[in-house]
Write a new protein. Sequence first.
Length: 237
Amino acid sequence: MIKLILKLKDTPIEEFNLEKGLITIGRTKENAVVIDNIAVSRKHAQVELKEGTGYVLSDLNSSNGTFLNGVRIDANDHPLRDGDVISVAKFQIQVKGLARAPQPALRDLPQQDVEGTMIIAAAKRRPGTEAQATPEQKAFQWPSLSAAEGPRKGTNIKIGKDVTILGKGSGDDILVEGWFISSPHARISRRGDRFYISHLGGFFSNTKVNGIKIKEEHILKNKDEIKIGNSTFIYTH
């Protein structure tokens, strides 16, 4: 059974334990997952159980888009895994209860398959010696934004989560000011060791990286300059 946990700014709002093969997400009450917010379309997205694939996510031509782990998706099927995060407007939906796909069992190769394949035997250890310890992985370093202009001027803002929202709203993570600034206005998303920024504001607003307007996701690099309205930030990673 799939469980969807609706959150706002990492705060759980409601849990949905669902057994249906088709789950819709949207603003109106006929949806299985209802998000009563003007930025959410009446029927925004759907989760469907498909034979041989498992649960998949697809966008239903929503106005503000559906995001899976920070990446905007389309109307095609996008497989879901346990722990995935679906973003709709300022809300996040965490996916739980999906079992990991079983790993294929190893089998003995018949003689004809072995011929022509190089078999590398594991090196033998000398008696009394211990295996070398695996070196510890280097701790992940979160980036930061240094405010050069705007309401946070002179401060260093640490980015410490996978999705950070910039906008004029009191609920946004980083406050920005200026004409045509919306809420949300831009999003910084983490994928692995990389961070991406995307513009979420309206037609008359913009988000600039190094003086260039961005539309779709743009990968951030060390010392990039981000300008939104009257606010300017230097990205450091």
